[in-house]
Design a protein. Structure first.
Length: 135
């Protein structure tokens, strides 16, 4: 079990990574995004499809996918020795292949600490079809 001080430091580190990820997505900075992801990272999209790191970064680098806004609320961080989970409700305004759309999703990120650095190893998105308690 982690001490509350260690736990708090880990939570702050994870929240900083989440903030940097969101900023990099809005800047469409594939290199900055890639530095936050493990080599074997995958994202599970709301339809259950699996997209690997190289395909995700290629779509961003090509400009086919652009995020104009990414706002999160109801952020919950749980830390364990060398592992952390983050859940949040995220609203995005995105352009994909020239078409603008918005999303309202619950996102789950799993982080692992290796060689003193946290990396996201898995992202899972679920489309919210019902109103959340916070709305």
């Amino acid at each position: 079990m982690m001490s509350s001080e260690t736990d708090r430091a880990a939570q702050e580190a994870i929240l900083e990574l989440e903030r940097r990820f969101g900023e990099a997505m809005i800047r469409n900075d594939a290199d900055a995004i890639g530095r936050l992801l493990s080599d074997d990272w995958i994202i599970i999209d709301p339809d259950g499809g699996v997209i690997d790191r190289s395909r995700f970064l290629a779509v961003i680098k090509s400009g086919a996918l652009k995020h104009e806004a990414m706002d999160s609320e109801d952020i919950r961080v749980r830390t364990y020795p060398n592992t952390a989970t983050v859940t949040a409700v995220t609203h995005t305004r995105t352009i994909y292949l020239g078409k603008e759309f918005t999303t309202h999703e619950r996102a789950t990120d799993v982080f692992v600490k290796e060689d003193g650095r946290w990396h996201c190893v898995l992202t899972h998105l679920t489309t919210l079809t019902k109103k959340t308690r916070n709305e």
